[in-house]
Design a protein around this ligand. Structure first.
Ligand code: ADP
Length: 400
């Protein structure tokens, strides 16, 4: 119904455009800090619910900024100004100024997840300490302030060891080095002298698993089925849902992750990366945002992780999280050394019927996530073959 507003003229004048612009809500319900593919898919899920989030991008060519209203991050004060224009703000990455975030939260800005959770996700050393103090299983670890710390640790745990940067790096910068001996370790330390490092025991990993859950401010939560990862050169290559593990491992993963979410008062999606070892489950890492291991939920669950993140941070009822098929496989489409743009191969990939293609609109660079494909099957081999064919087609390889 037209509530008294004049009908638009056939050729809208600048004056008309200004009058419409002045009617736009001054306050966005939801603001997302970051504008890469996670923000892009979260934005799409919010739009479905009639919510148009605003983004704080670093560049107008960021994946989500190409598809959504975005402010550009050009000044350290941008986050504070951005927060003022939103009812609730959430994040797609953890590379944030925690001091500023804390001040905003203290001043009443609604930040979800809150600073407490973000700090645990951002700083691996802090995360390990918090988890250890609360009795969660984590690898043995130590802070590395100099060679002596490292050599003391190797005296107890031997070699190889794992050196890690305490802070999350930029996308594509893993900040993880498996070192075989003292010489290699000291070389990494001198190359990374500007970064704060920690050392961890090297675990014999049987499977790499991720439990993705959504949690509302009041504490109600839902878990997605546990998934299993294939890692290639330190990066996630393939995600299989559900993980091929026994009932006991699936239940323990769920219980550990829910307890952890309660301890951290997590809100939104929390992804808990787990190692299954011969000594049981060990928590590797947390991400307080939608995670690569949950992309399959767009087609494979009644409510995607992105929609449940939006619902949770806005304190709306969560949707069901079960898998809608017996086997679901997601394969990441990664930039290689050779310049191949998957967008150029979209027509071939679309002939792989049943595979769901997602491209993020990003320029190809080696090691960069450019998209993903998801396939659903009656069994894992069928879903895997479909997803692999679609990924191969996107990368200009013939896989059939
Ligand atoms: P990222 O921040 O890249 O996710 P992770 O801590 O998950 O970094 O490490 C990347 C990969 O390195 C893991 O998926 C795993 O294969 C290997 N890794 C990490 N920590 C250990 C460990 N303590 N023992 C053995 N392998 C490890």
């Amino acid at each position: 119904m037209n509530q008294g507003r004049p009908l638009p003229p056939k050729t809208p004048s600048a004056e008309y455009a200004r009058s419409v612009a002045s009617e736009l809500p001054a306050l966005y319900k939801l603001g997302i800090v970051g504008a890469s593919q996670i923000a892009r898919m979260t934005h799409q899920a919010a739009v479905k619910l009639g919510i148009t989030p605003r983004l704080l991008a670093e560049d107008l060519h960021d994946s989500a900024a190409l598809a959504a209203p975005a402010a550009v991050f050009s000044h350290p004060d941008a986050l504070a100004a951005f927060a003022e224009s939103c009812e609730v703000i959430t994040f797609e990455h953890e590379r944030l100024d925690l001091g500023l975030l804390q001040r905003l939260e203290d001043d009443g800005t609604v930040i979800r997840p809150g600073t407490r959770t973000v700090r645990a996700a951002f700083d691996k050393m802090h995360q390990r300490r918090v988890l250890l103090n609360r009795g969660f299983p984590v690898p043995a670890f130590a802070e590395v302030r100099g060679p002596d710390d490292l050599l003391d640790f190797s005296g107890v745990y031997g070699w190889p060891l794992v050196l890690k940067s305490v802070r999350s790096g930029e996308p594509g910068d893993r900040g993880v080095w498996i070192v075989e001996n003292a010489q290699e370790a000291l070389r990494v330390m001198s190359e990374q002298s500007s970064r704060q490092l920690m050392v961890e025991e090297y675990l014999a990993i049987v499977k790499e698993l991720v439990l993705v859950l959504a949690r509302r401010p009041g504490g109600s939560a839902r878990c997605y089925p546990l998934v299993e990862l294939s890692i290639d050169d330190g990066a996630i290559k393939e995600i299989r849902a559900p993980a091929a593990v026994g009932h006991h491992v699936a239940t323990e993963s769920r219980e550990l992750s829910l307890r952890l979410a309660d301890e951290l008062e997590a809100v939104g999606i929390l992804a808990v990366e787990l190692f299954l070892t011969t000594n049981g489950l060990i928590i590797n890492e947390l991400a307080a945002r939608p995670h690569n291991a949950g992309h399959w939920t767009i087609e494979g669950a009644p409510t995607s992780q992105f929609e449940n993140h939006v619902r949770a941070v806005l304190d709306l009822p969560l949707g069901p999280t079960w898998a809608t098929a017996p086997a679901i496989v997601t394969i990441n489409v990664m930039g290689g050394l050779e310049f191949i743009d998957p967008a150029d191969h979209l027509p071939e990939a679309l002939t792989v019927e049943g595979a769901q293609i997602h491209l993020y609109g990003k320029q190809p660079l080696p090691g960069r996530k450019l998209g993903h494909v998801t396939a659903i099957g009656d069994d894992m081999a069928q879903a895997q073959s479909l997803a692999r064919r679609a990924e191969a087609a996107l990368m200009g390889r013939r896989a059939w």
